[in-house]
Design a binder for this molecule. Structure first.
Ligand code: PLP
Length: 486
């Protein structure tokens, strides 16, 4: 393999962005497009599984469902307004062309993690093949280049979220770490005994447990905000729970278990009237809808790269300038200091204050590539497509005898959590897996939300832009076969 030369990489670093910036942040660097690299075009063969089909090869035809959900078939338009079709995304994602248990993979576990386009895979290879260096501290060319890439990632995230400046963004491992960071860096110095943190029953454990730990430490209180029978946050109860004691309201922009999309902007506006801060968990939202943190009124916004077609181990925290000023060191080490002596240590400004140690540089490169990939599509059209797919899937699932979808909020992302009469969720997931269909079963790290429906466990099909109505048909056909005892 020939090593890509530095001038190529530098050109790539300085190339203009594909999409005009939404906000007045400096122009982002382009994603490092692939250099000749030894990235396998298709995933490695998995023991016991037929060899994967090379990338770019059309997926094998879907098996014909034993019983098509006739009522549902008309619901999905061939293309979403704006012209988006899932094939535009599918062709870029090699893993979607592999087989599992002898069947073409149907990946419906996007709520857990998303699959990666080759642009992300190749960006990682290009980085390690031509640009690997530690950042910030080196005085050589490659350290400067890696630093440029890392900061280009920060700029891309700022633009992607509609932040005013890259400085509003700190890199973290993911949503969980971002929330813990806010709890430790902000919450510990701000919360007083008797203060309250409002936490909807809908939340993922990552947006419950850190607040419980913080409340224990500070003698504050975690106050659950109840749900309606439909699985929406009870807005009347929320308004009644807000008070001068409320320091923080946390809320997911989209629920990982019910798909509910709460009225976050309205909730934030109400919280601000009480001078409370608002943390928005964007883990499930970022891949499915355009985000504008300032329009949402978020004081903090967190997300995980791996749910956005980027690698695991990288995510981002957005903070308003006011919250930036309120952050305290939460982990100590290199990169987060100005100077260290045994008499006096001084600290770097936010966001570097929050990024002790060597960051996940290649993760940032992958995140940059993923954002650029997503931005190559019309986001509104993608959302419209996913909404249409969700309508189609909801109608199709209704044709399965004994299947009950959990939650029926008016606004939802494409997540269908369900139970199937006569079968426990784990055996449903196991059955589907035999047909190459990946869904998750369990408590989905949202035990309080499931308990609201008297459940401990459920199966979940969660969709992304590359999923098709054919895949919905395969899911429904497989479930119907299970119910038919086939
Ligand atoms: N919040 C929500 C709504 C989630 O769905 C998830 C993961 O499923 C998380 C937080 C935690 O994300 P991570 O495990 O990437 O930190």
């Amino acid at each position: 393999m020939t090593t890509p030369d530095v001038p190529d990489l530098r050109t790539l670093l300085r190339a203009p962005a594909q999409t005009p910036a939404q906000t007045p942040v400096p122009a982002p660097a382009a994603v490092p497009t692939p250099v000749p690299a030894d990235v396998p075009a298709a995933p490695a063969e998995v023991p016991g599984v037929p060899a994967p089909v090379p990338a770019g090869t059309p997926a094998a035809p879907a098996p014909v469902p034993t019983a098509a959900p006739e009522d549902a078939l008309a619901a999905l338009p061939a293309t979403a307004p704006g012209g988006f079709t899932p094939e535009q995304a599918r062709k870029d994602v090699p893993i979607l062309h592999r087989t599992v248990n002898g069947h073409p993979l149907v990946w419906l576990d996007n709520g857990a993690t998303t699959q990666k386009p080759r642009q992300v895979i190749e960006a990682l290879s290009a980085y390690y093949g031509a640009a690997n260096s530690n950042i910030h501290r080196g005085a050589h060319t490659m350290a400067r280049e890696a630093t440029e890439l890392y900061e280009a990632g920060r700029t891309a995230v700022a633009e992607f979220l509609g932040a005013a400046s890259p400085e509003n963004i700190a890199f973290v491992r993911g949503t969980t770490e971002g929330i813990n960071l806010v709890a430790q860096s902000w919450g510990r110095s701000v919360l007083q005994p008797g203060d309250e943190i409002l936490v909807p029953v809908l939340e993922h454990h990552s947006n419950i447990v850190p607040w419980q730990l913080l409340a224990k430490e500070t003698h504050a209180r975690v106050v659950p905000v109840p749900l309606t029978p439909e699985g929406e946050i009870d807005q009347k109860a929320y308004a009644d729970l807000l008070s001068a004691r409320t320091q923080l309201v946390v809320v997911s922009q989209a629920s990982n278990v019910l798909g509910t999309v709460p009225p976050v902007a309205e909730m934030a506006a109400l919280a601000h009237r009480y001078d409370a801060r608002v943390l928005v968990d964007g883990a499930q939202a970022v891949a499915h809808m355009p985000v504008d943190v300032r329009r949402l009124g978020a004081d903090f916004y967190v997300f995980s790269g791996h749910k956005l077609f980027a690698p695991t181990g990288i995510g981002a925290l957005y903070m308003t300038p006011e919250m930036m000023g309120a952050m305290r060191p939460w982990q100590g080490g290199g990169n987060m200091i100005e100077s260290v002596s045994f008499e006096r240590t001084t600290f770097a400004p936010v966001p570097h204050l929050l990024e002790a140690g060597t960051g996940h540089i290649s993760g940032v490169v992958g995140l940059l590539a993923a954002i650029d990939w997503l931005r190559s599509f019309d986001r509104e059209a993608v959302t419209a497509y996913e909404n249409a797919l969700m309508t189609y899937a909801t109608q199709a699932m209704a044709t399965v005898p004994g299947l009950e979808v959990i939650g029926s909020a008016a606004e939802r992302i494409a997540v269908l959590t369900f139970t199937l009469a006569g079968h426990d969720p784990a055996s449903v997931a196991d059955w589907l897996d035999r047909d190459g269909i990946a869904v998750r079963a369990g408590h989905h790290c949202a035990q309080p939300a499931l308990a609201h429906y008297g459940l401990e466990s459920a199966a979940r099909a969660s969709f992304a832009l590359y999923n098709t109505s054919d895949e919905v048909d395969q899911l429904v056909a497989s479930l119907r076969r299970l119910q038919a005892g086939a």
